[in-house]
Design a protein around this ligand. Sequence first.
Ligand SMILES: [Zn+2]
Length: 342
Amino acid sequence: MRIPCFRDRVPGPLAWPVLGAAFVLVCLAVPLCWTAEGSQPAGPARSVASANSPGVSTPGASTPGASTPGASVVSGTPVHAVAVVNPATLPAVARLDLAVLRSAYPGVVDGMERGTDGLLYLRLRDGTRLVYDDGKKRAPREAREHPDVRTMLAQIYPLGPLTPAMARPASDFNPGRRRVTALFKALYGNSQAEVRANCVKVNFDGHEELFNARHGAAAALARVAARIGALLPAHPGWARVLRPLGGTFCWREIAGTDRLSAHSFGAAIDLNAGLPYWRWERWPETVPAKRLAFPSEIVEAFEAEGFVWGGKWDAFDLMHFEYRPALILKARVLAGQVKLPR
Ligand SMILES: [Zn+2]
């Protein structure tokens, strides 16, 4: 029986050495390919490490006690080797703060790390490390000017309608006035140009205002505007607090300080700038009544969307609302209104 096609495909005598050499090369290549495949998991790990500071633990190393020796700059402070901390082993407040930050800013926070200095650090996905707890006892001014993350979140924002007691806050009770600037920069942009590029226009009471689109801030302001806009026709008196609108994004330092305002990050809005502000209020004794007269529905609309109101601060700033979803969330968790995954 003749099988012509097969016969026609059999190589001639001169082709055999070439095929033999090719076979040897293939045999050598197969183990090489297998080795490359086998080492594939190491690829992403290297790229993660190189994308961050040298020696930074990879996200996969989040097992208790796992550590990678090395060094990294922490907001311009000296370097530390670190060990990733299992959240279950953290002190209760640190565990809550970590859960709150993770929920308020999804995809931003990696976890907590313990430095060789024994301090806890908050590690962000972009490789930024912020001191969570430096163990220092701070006077009120120091707590405002140089807070660690724990201090920033320590004062619990009082949710809900203002009561007569809330209209007279304790001295230096200013939940939301402590800000870790490095965190704000990581969240919203490192420079005026970066923040501006991250801002979008939001229509608020008929004005197109720039607000930061990152981490849901602009979308939250748009929802606040919708909530207030729906109620406004029935409350013409609200015009005195809403208008003229003070503004939103403005890269500037807080008056009398060298710290960047939340307005610098496009994450705060001022309503009528004629509303009481602690630095220039001539009749502070009238302020509790003015706080109580402020439309509670407006405060409620902002708080529902993750904003805190400066009208609840000892250093009162009644025009000022600031997007601080972590503070609002922490207050809700402690009030038993929501539960967070731990
Ligand atoms: Zn303001």
